[in-house]
Design a protein around this ligand. Structure first.
Ligand code: SAM
Length: 231
């Protein structure tokens, strides 16, 4: 896995020096996946491409240096933890509703000596009560439809900051259906950038949503309400 990561990082124009740390994280992921469900992807080459290089590609699209970053619904740490390993100046909060996943992330951080990563067991809509507008960048991959996800993520973004939603390239309709929610929450769709994961023909897309004004205090609502009456 280390060599594939090294090649992939180089192809992305990123320094390959972090490949050993990423590979160690990948081994821990494979090991833990034998006893609990962390990822459906088991093949080391696929883990390298679909988890690590897919996450790393974000660094080629946005400036993460010295930013406060939250990863909402991070699961086994994607995309947030590879971003922090590759860009040590960012301050990272990893957030997930499943505690066993958060415990795994703490183990990875301890093994890699990442003492300044905050791993939080919480639902995003509850975490927002104490951390609203607290992040320069919020990232999220494979958590929910953008119309719902916007209400989980945008309240956490400071004015002038951005929410980066990782989506498939065929997300035009999803994006169109979420525009009203994004605007209601104080955001505006800025751009959508696509990239190809190195070593594959898979093209993914990142939707950039800029926070133009503070989110009304009535958001986020409970998840039951978000789901029943999406904005
Ligand atoms: N982002 C990771 C990735 O791309 O591999 C994990 C994706 S996994 C399909 C979705 C994760 O989102 C799960 O770990 C789940 O516990 C978490 N999640 C779902 N709703 C959430 C919420 N409201 N707040 C925090 N985490 C949530």
């Amino acid at each position: 896995m280390e060599e594939l990561l090294r090649q992939g990082l180089t192809a992305l124009g990123l320094p390959p020096e972090s490949a050993p740390d990423l590979a160690r994280y990948g081994e821990m992921l494979r090991e833990k996946n034998r006893v609990m469900n962390l990822t459906a992807i088991e093949d080391p080459a696929e883990i390298a491409a679909l988890h690590f290089l897919d996450s790393a590609a974000l660094l080629t699209l946005a400036d993460f240096r010295n930013k406060r970053v939250a990863d909402v619904g991070t699961g086994a740490g994607f995309p947030g933890l590879p971003l922090r390993i590759l860009e040590p100046s960012l301050s990272l909060t990893l957030l997930d509703a499943q505690n066993k996943r958060v415990e795994f992330l703490k183990e990875v951080c301890a093994a890699l000596g990442l003492s300044d990563v905050t791993c939080v067991h919480a639902r995003a809509e509850e975490f927002a009560a104490d951390h609203r507008e607290g992040f320069d960048l919020v990232v999220s991959r494979a958590v929910a439809n953008l119309r719902l996800l916007a209400e989980l993520c945008l309240p956490l973004v400071k004015e002038g900051g951005r929410f980066l939603a990782m989506k498939s390239v065929d997300s035009d309709q999803e994006l169109a259906e979420s525009r009203h929610a994004i605007e209601t929450l104080g955001g505006a769709v800025e751009t959508a950038s696509s990239y190809v994961i190195p070593g594959t023909e898979i093209r993914h897309r990142v939707i950039f949503i800029k926070k133009l004004r503070k989110t009304d205090k009535k958001y986020p609502r409970t998840f039951a309400k978000i789901k029943k009456h999406p904005l």
